[in-house]
Design a protein around this ligand. Structure first.
Ligand code: MN
Length: 420
């Protein structure tokens, strides 16, 4: 049983643009809010019962067309469909004869209450009919996590589209960038390109952090001036056909790295390239993370930030002050996509069809302890989206340059901000 996501409130009686629940969308393709899908076996036959918003001429004038129960059967292919208001009355009988209910408790409290009451109703009916009721409730991602981890051909095609859109947006921002602009100008370039290339918008608040703002991992104010001589870190992804992209690039606002900026940048780039080379079926994200960390440690030793035995430094978490996050997360219908619940992400054996990010970084917040003065205020992250193939991997976001010379050639090479 998969309920639709509630609408998220933006202000008073205004909601954000609706985004369907990934699990519900993954299994059914249903996109309307205030709906519940019940998938069950009738004998050996899988059946889909949908509870949906009824047709309502006045409401549809305000918020658009609804399919309604009849449309859900005739146009969408549900085996049965009812108005959402019938859920509490109908659910108990749908649960009779079922021993396991897959439902995410704790997400929407009123829905929890309705489901627990229906389970109790099913228990009473089951006793009369001498059959079972759901005596086990399982989190749906116990199974969906494993299913969503391996993308099928349609999903890979969708991920290619959103990665292309995200890459086009990153490149547009890079080409527009000039000293004297504001972080929000680059965000506007991203937003414009996301929409222009077919996306619904950003998958999450874009990060455009220049200067010391690049050291704030989830910075999203994006309102500071882009200063000559600073780096700017842009971490953003589009949302297109329900799939998400996620790319980070860091570049000099004026198109030329200083020596010190370039040294740090090349350490991160080396770590990113080494981590990508390490991806192949049979390895794990834990192993890939280790490769990235080891390269970052070696780089920090060359920069004379750290000294000692590299493996010892790694085990002592010497990297943590400068690299506090993981190298990868799964990517798909969610930016941080679903995964099996019974295995740590770092331990999952990589298989063809898995998609994830590789995004090492180095951060030197101003005034942080152990931070060399001439590195203070620098933050660099480089992120690409990776598809595991049968022989290794494919970088889905390679259209955005990251080699130093290429980046220097692209920054500021465009016509500048979108003209009024
Ligand atoms: Mn990411």
């Amino acid at each position: 049983m998969l309920p639709a996501s509630p609408r998220a409130r933006m202000a008073h009686d205004i909601t954000y643009r609706y985004r369907p629940d990934p699990n519900l969308y993954y299994l059914t393709g249903w996109e309307e809010p205030e709906s519940v899908a019940v998938l069950r076996l009738q004998g050996d036959e899988p059946t889909l019962t949908l509870f949906v918003r009824p047709r309502d001429e006045l409401a549809e004038t305000w918020s658009g067309r609804r399919l309604g129960p009849q449309g859900a059967i005739e146009n969408f292919g549900a085996d049965a469909a009812y108005p959402i208001g019938d859920l509490s009355a109908k659910l108990p009988e749908l649960l009779v004869g079922v021993d396991t209910l897959h439902f995410a408790l704790g997400r929407q409290r009123p829905m929890d209450d309705l489901v627990l009451a229906a389970v109790e109703g099913a228990r009473r009916l089951a006793r009369k009919e001498r059959t079972v009721f759901p005596y086990t409730i399982v989190h749906p991602e116990a199974h969906l996590g494993a299913m969503r981890l391996i993308k099928d051909d349609d999903e890979i095609a969708a991920l290619r589209r959103v990665c292309d859109t995200t890459a086009a947006a990153q490149l547009a921002a890079m080409r527009a960038c000039r000293p004297g602009m504001n972080e929000r100008d680059l965000e506007a370039e991203l937003d414009y390109a996301f929409r222009r290339h077919g996306g619904v918008g950003p998958a999450n608040p874009s990060i455009v952090g220049s200067g010391v703002n690049a050291t704030v991992l989830h910075y999203d104010r994006n309102d500071a001036p882009l200063r000559d001589g600073d780096l700017v870190l842009v971490d953003a992804g589009a949302d297109q056909d329900h799939y998400k992209g996620d790319i980070s690039r860091t570049y000099p606002v004026n198109g030329r790295f200083t020596n010190r900026q370039r040294q740090v940048y090349e350490v991160v780039l080396e770590a990113e390239l080494a981590a990508i080379r390490a991806v192949a079926p049979g390895t794990t994200l834990g192993a890939v993370h280790h490769v990235a960390c080891r390269r970052l440690i070696d780089g920090l030793m060359a920069l004379e930030v750290l000294a000692g035995d590299p493996e010892e430094l790694l085990s002592q978490s010497a990297l943590a002050p400068f690299y506090p996050h993981q190298t990868s997360h799964w990517l798909g219908l969610d930016v941080h996509d679903a995964a099996p619940l019974d295995v740590q992400t770092a331990d999952i054996e990589l298989k063809p069809g898995m998609v994830f990010t590789i995004e090492p970084g180095l951060y030197f917040p101003a005034g942080a302890e152990g931070c060399p003065a001439d590195l203070a205020g620098l933050g660099v992250r480089i992120e690409d989206d990776i598809l595991v193939t049968s022989t290794g991997c494919e970088v889905l976001t390679s259209a955005v340059p990251k080699a130093v010379e290429e980046v220097e050639r692209e920054v500021g090479s465009g016509k500048g901000p979108v003209q009024e």
